[in-house]
Design a protein. Structure first.
Length: 86
């Protein structure tokens, strides 16, 4: 396993590609700062900007709401899944 928890194999290429796309979009949106190091193997670090750090509290609140309403959310998905099977 790599430091990030993903095995370093070509099987994970789509995961790395998508993660890279998301991180670059977050950088473009001003939520993360990207630092690239000219080393071998390549190294890139990401950190939250001040603007990105301001999202912590509202996202934490949303996560808490989702955990508190997990049963309701699961029931909604189950109902939707049943209706699409018909």
């Amino acid at each position: 396993m790599g430091k990030n928890g993903l095995a370093n194999s070509s099987d994970n290429y789509p995961i790395y590609k998508k993660l890279s796309q998301v991180l670059r979009r977050l950088e473009r949106d001003g939520l993360v700062h990207r630092t690239v190091y000219a080393v071998v193997p390549p190294k890139t670090e990401y950190s939250l900007t001040e603007y990105g750090q301001k999202l912590h509290e509202p996202i934490a609140m949303l996560c808490q709401w989702a955990r508190s309403n997990e049963a309701v959310i699961d029931a909604i998905y189950a109902e939707k899944d049943k209706s699409t099977e018909k």
